[in-house]
Design a protein around this ligand. Structure first.
Ligand SMILES: *Cc1c(COP(=O)(O)O)cnc(C)c1O
Length: 457
């Protein structure tokens, strides 16, 4: 059933409600908040059970249609989903009812492909026939940049600028971005990820750049969040498929976009028992759930699960808003959420570096399971949940831990730990020989602004 119209409001509650199109193209709400659907659409029980016999892209269009309503023509939405999701999504049984879902088979080998590919297509849809060009400006610590660059590469009306910290991405991650060219420009900033993010933020709020039509592709964009709802439905449909057999998901979390997708799936009617939220040593959210006091970690700690080195998750205001609270972009809570309910729904746990490495080793020797650091954090988080916090009957629940990147992306760490190099998927090996193209840049906003004005008018 297509809903007539769904609106999107800001978590800061000071911007007017907008359409999906505006929310997608704006990225951030004018009041600095994050867009959330004003009502969460719900599936009826019978609607979900048919998912077991549907392909991934069909489930995707059923889920997304609930949000895009009549703003995207359903036939077009179906075609976009089919086009975006042309890769496999393995769900491996490890033992009993414990599974790993591998979200790493997209073109850039991380789960960011699920969101970026759909967002690119939706933006393209809304811009078709438009005179204006959109310039996507995004900062990356590695995986987002390549997924976004890949998703937008070759699209009309859209130009992409990606900033990365020159010394802090692996050469493989860099090559995934710098070998594309055409409408994708890559800038190596002499600084840290936080510096890249600051340059991007300054540009967004700079009145001098207003006519440039800048938009963001970071995980705060609602267009990146919604596609991340889908694989939770898919997972349930493949390993349970029954209304009375709810699933425990373990989600390796950094900016909390992945988790938000899961929470929205649950609110939409997906049978979920609980979410395990596993972080690395950047444990500000586990500490918050335990103590009720939120303190960001600055600077964030460097862990081998590098995509989760986040000391203040961008999506946290969304999670707080789901539980009735208000948190601004600085992390200040002006209305308390229902912490009790949050703790019932979410088991948040931090996994240390030693535990992460030990998990990669143990899984490999005991079950032949190959995990990279992010997936290992999720798997260990799940074990901790099962040991410390079982609800009655939870031993026999279906549990699914998410593996968010391909082990080959972290081959240095893995071969150090296991003495074997993970096999490279074609998507990763093919960038090796290609010519790179990127622009070295000082960490200086005035220069960056001049560069944008000269080249992106
Ligand atoms: C981005 C990323 C994460 C963290 O996801 P969030 O949505 O930011 O919580 C985990 N693993 C990998 C491999 C990632 O690239």
């Amino acid at each position: 059933m297509v809903q007539d119209r769904l609106f999107f409001h800001s978590t800061n509650l000071r911007s007017p409600e907008t359409s999906f199109r505006e929310a997608l193209l704006n990225g951030l709400a004018p009041d600095g908040g994050l867009y959330m659907p004003s009502a969460i659409p719900v599936f009826k029980a019978g609607e979900l059970e048919v998912f077991s016999s549907k392909e991934y892209h069909e489930i995707a269009s059923s889920v997304l249609e609930k949000y895009t309503g009549n703003e995207i023509e359903p036939m077009h939405l179906k075609a976009m989903c089919e086009d975006a999701y042309d890769f496999e999504i393995p769900i491996e049984r490890v033992y009993d009812r414990y599974y790993i879902m591998r979200l790493d088979r997209g073109p850039t080998a991380s789960f960011k492909d699920f969101a970026a590919r759909m967002m690119g297509r939706m933006m393209q849809y809304f811009l078709a026939g438009d005179e204006r060009n959109l310039t996507i400006l995004t900062a990356t610590s590695g995986d987002t940049g390549s997924a976004v660059a890949n998703a937008f590469h070759g699209l009309d009306n859209i130009r992409v600028i990606i900033l990365f910290p020159a010394e802090e991405v692996t050469s493989l991650q860099r090559k995934q971005m710098t070998t594309l060219r055409d409408n994708v420009r890559v800038i190596a900033v002499n600084g840290k990820f936080d510096d890249c993010q600051q340059l991007v933020k300054n540009a967004f709020t700079d009145p001098v750049l207003e006519d440039l039509n800048l938009s963001s592709a970071n995980s705060i964009n609602i267009g990146r969040l919604l596609p991340q709802i889908v694989y939770y439905f898919y997972a349930w449909s493949r390993v349970s498929g029954k209304q009375d057999d709810p699933v425990v998901f373990s989600v390796p979390s950094g900016n909390f976009g992945n988790l938000m997708g899961g929470l929205l799936a649950w609110k939409m009617g997906l049978p979920v028992r609980r979410f395990v939220v596993a972080t690395n040593s950047n444990d500000e959210v586990p500490v918050y759930l335990e103590t009720g006091i939120y303190r960001k970690i600055s600077p964030s700690k460097d862990c081998i699960s590098s995509a989760m080195n986040v000391g203040h998750p961008g999506n946290l205001p969304r999670m707080v808003s789901l539980y009735g609270g208000v948190m601004d972009e600085a992390g200040v809570i002006t209305r308390a959420p229902d912490l009790k309910k949050m703790r019932e729904d979410i088991f948040a746990v931090s996994v240390s570096e030693t535990e992460t490495r030990e998990t990669i080793r143990l899984c490999h020797s005991q079950s032949g399971l190959l995990l990279e650091p992010h997936g290992a954090v999720a798997w260990k988080g799940l074990q901790k949940y099962l040991h410390h916090c079982t609800l009655p009957g939870d031993e026999s629940r279906v549990c699914i831990a998410l593996e968010t990147a391909h082990p080959a992306k972290f081959h240095e760490e893995i071969s150090k730990l296991l003495g074997v190099t993970p096999p490279f998927p074609e998507s990763l090996s093919k960038v090796e020989g290609r010519k790179e193209d990127f622009l070295p840049f000082e960490n200086n906003y005035a220069n960056f602004r001049d560069f944008l004005r000269k080249n992106y008018k």
